[in-house]
Design a protein around this ligand. Structure first.
Ligand code: ADP
Ligand code: ADP
Length: 236
């Protein structure tokens, strides 16, 4: 089975059958095969962030099921969810690094939360910084790093708990084209080297073209097209 499965997922915010209710997603069914890089593209308000928040259990679906590596996220309590989230890394548009922590300590954070020992943390963090090409920046603070370097720290932090899935929420939207291409190259590398399944959302067609194997187009809370990226761009 696919590593990420959405089964007839609906998400409505607010308003008990009321006038203020917003249905962000309508009966979404989507599979992300293990090892794939699947892109979800759509304009602002299409439902992309909602989809990603459902996959990491930050939101519960109104209907349907969200299954990650055989575990139904939508059926877990808070405690089980916290444990399950270690299998899911996430990177963000604005990096979400802690300003008062060094690059090293930002990457260490998920390990601290998971209860890793000082020794385990030391053994894990430097190889991760090395993987993203920032071994020499371990003691720098986010304010001392470029946008691309900050996102590299974000990627190292997302990989700290050795997740099976990486979720990327507009991770290159704040970066210039050249830096974007470097980050996408890094994502392709970790996808291949760590057999990591990647679900990325973006509003940029160039990102979809550059890095994804498959693409789902989302509009008004519905998937209007889904298939191999190659097909989408070669269809007449
Ligand atoms: P995108 O990421 O594609 O911009 P979102 O998933 O953020 O789309 O939003 C989809 C729809 O759901 C929008 O109409 C948005 O206003 C609404 N929405 C998103 N989050 C909330 C929320 N917490 N409460 C109410 N409405 C929300
Ligand atoms: P020590 O035991 O030498 O006092 P700590 O483990 O307390 O070192 O770490 C002090 C700070 O040094 C950490 O908060 C972290 O920012 C940084 N640090 C720890 N280990 C490394 C390392 N291998 N390379 C770079 N910086 C490190």
């Amino acid at each position: 089975p696919a590593l990420i499965q959405l089964r007839e997922v609906e998400k409505t915010y607010g308003g008990r059958a009321g006038s203020n209710a917003v249905t962000a997603l309508h009966t979404i069914t989507l599979d992300v095969p293990k090892g794939a890089i699947l892109g979800v593209i759509g304009r602002s308000g299409a439902g992309k962030s909602t989809l990603i928040r459902l996959v990491n259990g930050l939101e519960q679906p109104t209907r349907g099921q969200v299954i990650v590596d055989g575990v139904e996220m939508s059926a877990l309590d808070e405690r089980a969810l916290r444990h399950e989230r270690r299998a899911i890394g996430m990177i963000f548009q604005h990096f979400n690094l802690l300003a008062r922590r060094t690059a090293f300590d930002n990457v260490a954070l998920p390990l601290e939360i998971a209860g890793a020992s000082r020794a385990e943390i030391k053994a894990r963090v430097m190889p991760l910084l090395d993987l993203v090409g920032l071994a020499d920046k371990a003691r720098r603070y986010p304010a001392e790093l470029s946008g691309g370097q900050k996102q590299r720290v974000g990627i190292a932090r997302a990989l700290a708990t050795n997740p099976k899935v990486l979720l990327s929420d507009e991770a290159t939207s704040a970066l210039d084209p050249e830096t974007t291409e470097q980050i996408l190259t890094l994502l392709r590398r970790v996808n291949a080297e760590l057999d990591l399944t990647i679900l990325l959302i973006t509003h940029e067609m160039s990102v979809i073209k550059s890095v994804t194997d498959r693409v789902a187009v989302i509009d008004g809370g519905r998937i209007v097209e889904e298939g191999p990226t190659f097909d989408l761009f070669t269809r007449p």
